[in-house]
Ligand binder design. Sequence first.
Ligand code: ADP
Ligand code: ZN
Ligand code: ZN
Length: 663
Amino acid sequence: MAPYLDLVFDIPAIQRFTYRNAAPSRKGAGSPAVFGKRVMAPFGKRDVLGYIVAEREEAPANLDPQNIREIRRVVDGECTFGEEDIALAEWIAAYYLCGLGEALAAMIPSGRRPGSYPTLYGEGEEIAPAPLVLSTEQREALETITAAPGAEKPMFYLYGITGSGKTEVFLRAAEDTLNKGKSVIYLVPEIALTHQAAEAVKARFGTLAAILHSGMSPSARLSEWMRARRGEARIVVGPRSAVFAPLRDLGLIIIDEEHDGSYKSGNTPRYHARQAAMRRRTVSGALLLMGSATPSVEAWKLMEEGQIRRLNLSRRLAGGKLPEISAVSLEGTEGCLTPQLKEEILKTARMGRQTILFLNRRGFAYFYRCPSCGFELTCKHCSVSLTWHKDRGRAICHYCGYSEPPPGACPRCGSLEAGFRGFGTEMIEEELGRTFPELKIRRVDADSAAGGGLEKSLGMFRAGMIDILLGTQMVAKGLNFPGVRLVGVILADTGLHLPDFRAAERTFSLLVQVAGRAGRYFPDGKVIIQTFRMGDPVIERSTALDVEGFFRTEIAQRKVLNFPPYSRLIRLNLRSRDPVRVDKAAGRLADLARPLLPPGADMLGPAECPIGIIAGNHRRHLILRGPDMGPLHGAVRTTLLRYNKSKDSRVYLEVDIDPVSLL
Ligand code: ADP
Ligand code: ZN
Ligand code: ZN
């Protein structure tokens, strides 16, 4: 047993901390503290979870052995991480500019003791035979993938329209990899899709599969993590963080719905699963296989340049055809449903088929305005409008959760014309109920999904017990329901006004994905897109399903504006309760960064973030932009070192490498 241990903690620090190993327990039992385990150790005034990243025979020369504290206890019986995990964590810490402990904390499930997780299907080690005969396109794609040479394996992209059978190709490629004795990571977007993909993988690969998703308890996730670490599970399915699965002999990484925003972490380290997957591919020589009907602009450009090899799937396989899509103007419509949409809903119901309605806004009405004096009702703690939630009788902030009773008359001038405007899912639900009293309607959004409601609703919809499924993002992604004939987008414009260079890309891909839920099994699918912006190029391209045309103009525009993929970005976010301090800190940070900017780079800001205040914190940002990440990275590292020497402890700074949102 080594007398000293080096620990790292989940804190923004690059140091390792040396501790004295605990004397062996008098009872003789207890797990020894060794490299790869987690321990509780005193840190400041508290006991904190630490990761043992090294064992040492002697204390570091600069420390007085008298002052070295002792660990309290060992958390893990078995090692939860090894050299390879540390190497990956070191890469994350270096690339995303965070502490090693922060990186490890993002990778390893936080459970303290492995729990059990019910297996969904099949118990045997046997791989269940694949039930389908592949189409020619699927077979050709699969053969190209499985025949890829060992040495410089290319990256592949399965570019296939919605419903073209990408999943089956993923599963076969996984099977081939497992048969070659190697292991597989299979990434899927958050929420409903995780469940759908997990079931498919469990059904095919039985106990060889492990599931890691955020809906599981930390201890259940730790169990699955340990099964992968021991080599019992060789295919791991899950969202973003599954990219860190501790598999040896990695042969294949699949990223389904590559364009999806949930692959980028929203807190430190703000890693992107695609970036981490590329890193793991470089280290292990594994194949990287991505897929989507609407690739990210970044991936599209790499395909055009030949760095990613594109495999096309152009036909729907389950008997469906691409739906007929039309845009309809909302101008002059009373309520939120155009006559065209109402007619199609009725027609669909009469055929005994189903409808999905999509609106990216929950609540009843999403802003309060007074036409007389211009007053707007905003959150007390955030610079955003309050949303009226009729079923709870409160005006609620979607950023911090603050709520208050709705005002009657305008709080500023007393006008009775003031009120909530703009529609949310609750309002649509009410209008649908009034218009179609005979139809069964179900709303799924973050408000209704709490407590397992989502899966129940989806199950009922699949079983045909619901006529109209109305929801937010949750109904847009990847769902595969045979009975759906009609998809209606209540308002296509919600994301288009956002001050973000990715607004068009996001809206386009969302519309194409939502449209893709229609007509998967029958050739009569129909999509109606309601909009106040008839003629908008994004709306027109998505109505025409013109993916190529969209990318051509979007990529040309990015080039003119010098935004990714033509440049790389690093965003520095500052926040503080005190607006004066945060302004000062932002100014100082900018002054430090400016002289360090590499050739060809520029700096946007310092400026107030588009959402200026969240939960009482005033937000400022600084965006560094340059042709290459390397030099930009160097500039930011030096800036941070200088900034940290005399930073204002009441201003919190966060680094975002390759930010996907600038709000
Ligand atoms: P995608 O992920 O490309 O949107 P899916 O993988 O969900 O599409 O496939 C759509 C449907 O096509 C599924 O119901 C699937 O079972 C079916 N399917 C896939 N491959 C075949 C095939 N070779 N023959 C018949 N049906 C298929
Ligand atoms: Zn007023
Ligand atoms: Zn708020």
